[in-house]
Design a protein. Structure first.
Length: 374
């Protein structure tokens, strides 16, 4: 009886203080992803082919349930406890990232995943990103060190270590995402614009020379040439199929299960989910999804405006910007604004590591936006 009361009180306190509007948007986005996972990759296709194969949907559902548990745990713990456990989780995730070259498994010529036998395979960078945001924000807002440039240097070195590990996999999309997140956080913290421009220029030079003179990065050059050359390239062909699917879907789509992109492009349910949805449900569905993202981003930034704590401000900006950047890159690839990167759409795309990562970000956001108990 006592255990029941304590659980009830914990849930009551959590529900009373949580930002219910932001929480509802997060749940709505997850449910949207589940719906499209069911109807676009399982339901009607299985019925038509008489296979009864709902593997994608049930895996997606299991990861969403796990993600919701993580959201509840991270959003219900004390704010200070969240900041205390974050460095520990970051170190664990960084060690996992270090282990990828040694025990990682290779998929599509990239070694980005770790498979711990009984556990599902996961992508360590998806665990690194949320806690990297907290670590960088803590460094930049720290009052122990007055020299702001030392803070920038320290945070840059940590980001650089992660970027080098990602580049070795190779995963240029996540590498750029990590650097964009760092740049955004130091910009928001009040960096000298000359320092920021100089840093971006140096990083651009490093990227240019890496692509041209390091054989391991040859694939990046190939993807760029493929992107600008409409005649050749496998990835270019995938992008062409994706944008053709969006065009053929029109405003209202071909109908549930009538799309063909998911059968013509590998990993369409992850890298090209926006095109799959647009083909079957039309541009209207994409506009509604974008509207949900915009409302979520606006709601979090409104909380940032009202927040006085510098560290919390930076963490919230970093978390929601990470979601925004990832969504922009995914959509940009689908409409052929960017070369193929293999970036998932937050909340919507199939993929265990991606769902867990976005759940951690959501839990952190809900923790830092909940009503303060005085």
């Amino acid at each position: 009886m006592e255990n029941y009361k304590s659980v009830h009180n914990l849930y009551y306190e959590w529900w009373k203080n949580i930002d219910k509007f932001i929480f509802s948007l997060i749940i709505l986005l997850f449910l949207t992803g589940l719906f499209f996972s069911l109807v676009s990759t399982s339901l009607l296709v299985s019925d038509k082919l008489d296979t009864n194969d709902y593997t994608f949907f049930f895996k997606h559902l299991s990861f969403v349930i796990l993600g919701l548990i993580l959201i509840f745990i991270l959003s219900s713990i004390n704010e200070e406890k969240l900041f205390k456990i974050s460095p520990i989780i970051f170190i664990f995730s960084l060690i996992s990232l270090f282990l990828v070259p040694f025990i990682g498994i290779e998929v599509n010529s990239a070694q980005r995943w770790i498979d711990f036998y009984m556990l599902p395979r996961f992508q360590p960078i998806e665990l690194v990103k949320p806690f990297l945001i907290i670590l960088i924000s803590t460094i930049l807002s720290s009052e122990k060190f007055n020299n702001i440039y030392l803070k920038y240097l320290f945070s840059f070195l940590i980001t650089l270590i992660i970027a080098l590990l990602l580049a070795a996999q190779p995963d240029i999309g996540q590498t750029l995402l990590v650097f964009f997140s760092w740049s955004l956080l130091i910009f928001v913290s009040g960096v000298n614009i000359i320092f920021l421009v100089s840093s971006c220029f140096i990083l651009s030079l490093v990227l240019y020379f890496s692509i041209n003179f390091i054989p391991k990065f040859e694939y990046i050059k190939n993807r760029l040439f493929s992107f600008f050359n409409t005649e050749t390239g496998t990835h270019n062909a995938q992008s062409e199929k994706a944008i053709d699917s969006i065009t053929s879907g029109g405003y209202f789509g071909k109908g549930i299960g009538e799309g063909t992109l998911k059968n013509r492009v590998p990993e369409a349910h992850t890298d090209y989910i926006i095109s799959v949805i647009s083909e079957e449900f039309g541009v209207i569905a994409i506009i509604l999804i974008l509207l949900m993202f915009i409302i979520l981003i606006y709601s979090v930034f409104k909380k940032v405006y009202l927040e006085n704590n510098e560290r919390i401000k930076l963490v919230l900006v970093g978390c929601i910007s990470l979601i925004l950047l990832q969504a922009m890159i995914h959509i940009g690839v689908n409409i052929r604004l960017f070369p193929t990167t293999g970036m998932t759409l937050p909340f919507i795309s199939y993929g265990g590591s991606s769902i867990i990562s976005i759940s951690i970000l959501s839990g952190i956001i809900l923790n830092l936006t909940k009503r303060k108990v005085i």
